[in-house]
Design a protein around this ligand. Structure first.
Ligand code: SAM
Length: 345
């Protein structure tokens, strides 16, 4: 972290402002030290360590360990700058419709994983506050940690160490279904958005074909508790073995549905022009990603929309797309730039 980003942090337990104690600065960043409450003292005052440039508000031993494993192993696989395919950029453009230039804005990215969206958001000029519950923050730090506009922390969506109403935009992609209570996780994000600010989220789809007839949900009870290394070895071996069949099945009608039901997470729809080795690497990662999480709790569009309506949000748009169900909304209050212009006229 950089000292100038301290104002974006709060004690997750008390909401108090924090200050740096015993900070060791390297290249303008705090490499190690402690975060303590301003004016806080006493043996019971919370203390949060800064380790390897990252403030740590949680320990890495939690239900998201599988994500730490996968994102450190595939630290750059899904980066647009690595694959040469604009998968993350296009997803943001298509489903958030956020501007390409967000200079002067402050964004919150919840559950940043390896940081592929962090890279994309930083490119748009905003100050980006990214956090993840798992060791995936190490992968994000390796790729983006040096960026002067990034504040990266390890934290829990249920106890976020940030001031409320501080963010122009909040992004949470690929995360909610992997938390133990997706509704509470979603509803925790809304107060982070400024009045008039924007929130973009997604969640896996619960439907007959995506859930009840989806073989991954039949085998997950066996795989989700497995040792990550062992499960990853299995996924790699299985995808490699099935790959010639995958290539064949792609040519058939309903081939993709069959491939996914054979438990191979084929990414070809996202990257139709990618080379075979890239597709196979993504397939191994995504197959592990679908079988390993402790939680995978998809929702219907109607339920996801109801959560939005129960919050302080307007301009709600919930639709099918990308990972399942995608949504955008605006925090009630404040004025859009169009409304401001009209009010001025
Ligand atoms: C499938 S990954 C998505 C990562 C990234 N958003 C992307 O799309 O590439 C889900 C991420 O959510 C994180 N996560 C799960 N529970 C969380 C929690 N309670 N707080 C913060 N992050 C969490 C995991 O550690 C994991 O990195």
């Amino acid at each position: 972290m950089r000292p100038e980003h301290l104002s974006l942090l709060r004690c997750p337990q008390t909401g108090a402002e924090l200050e740096i104690a015993d900070g060791l600065i390297e290249g303008g960043r705090v490499k190690s030290g402690r975060l303590v409450a301003k004016n806080g003292s006493g043996a019971s005052a919370p203390v949060y360590p800064i380790v390897d440039f990252v403030p740590r508000f949680v320990s890495s031993e939690n239900y998201a360990e599988n994500f730490g494993f996968e994102w450190n192993l595939h630290a750059r696989t899904q980066y647009d700058s690595e694959s040469g395919h604009n998968v993350s950029e296009d997803r943001l453009d298509t489903f958030t419709a956020w501007p390409a230039d967000m200079k002067g804005e402050v964004l919150l990215e919840a559950g940043s994983g390896s940081g592929r969206f962090t890279e994309t958001l930083l490119r748009r000029g905003a100050t980006v506050v990214s956090f993840d519950y798992s060791d995936a923050v190490e992968a994000n730090r390796e790729s983006n940690g040096n960026h002067p506009k990034l504040l990266l922390v390890q934290a829990d969506i249920y106890a976020m160490p940030f001031p409320t109403s501080a963010f122009d935009r909040v992004l949470c992609y690929g995360v909610l279904q992997h938390t133990p209570n997706p509704e509470a996780a979603f509803k925790a994000l809304v107060p982070m958005v400024k009045a008039g600010g924007h929130i973009a989220t997604d969640i896996y789809l619960k439907s007959l074909s995506y859930y009840w007839l989806n073989t991954r949900y039949w085998v997950r009870p066996l795989t989700r508790g497995m040792n990550s290394e062992r499960l990853y070895r299995w996924c790699k071996g299985y995808v490699t073995f099935m790959w010639p069949l995958v290539r064949l099945l792609r040519r058939l009608p309903y081939g993709q549905a069959i491939i996914w039901r054979l438990l191979v997470a084929d990414p070809i729809d996202d990257m139709p022009r990618a080379d075979d080795a890239t597709l196979r690497e993504w397939a191994i990662l995504d197959t592990f990603d679908m079988l390993s999480p402790s939680f995978d709790l998809p929702q219907t569009p109607a339920v996801f929309e109801r959560w939005h309506r129960e919050c302080d949000l307007d301009h709600i748009d919930v639709r099918l797309g990308s990972n399942g169900v995608v949504a955008t909304a605006r925090r009630t209050g404040g004025q859009t730039s169009m409304e401001k212009a009209m009010a001025r006229a």
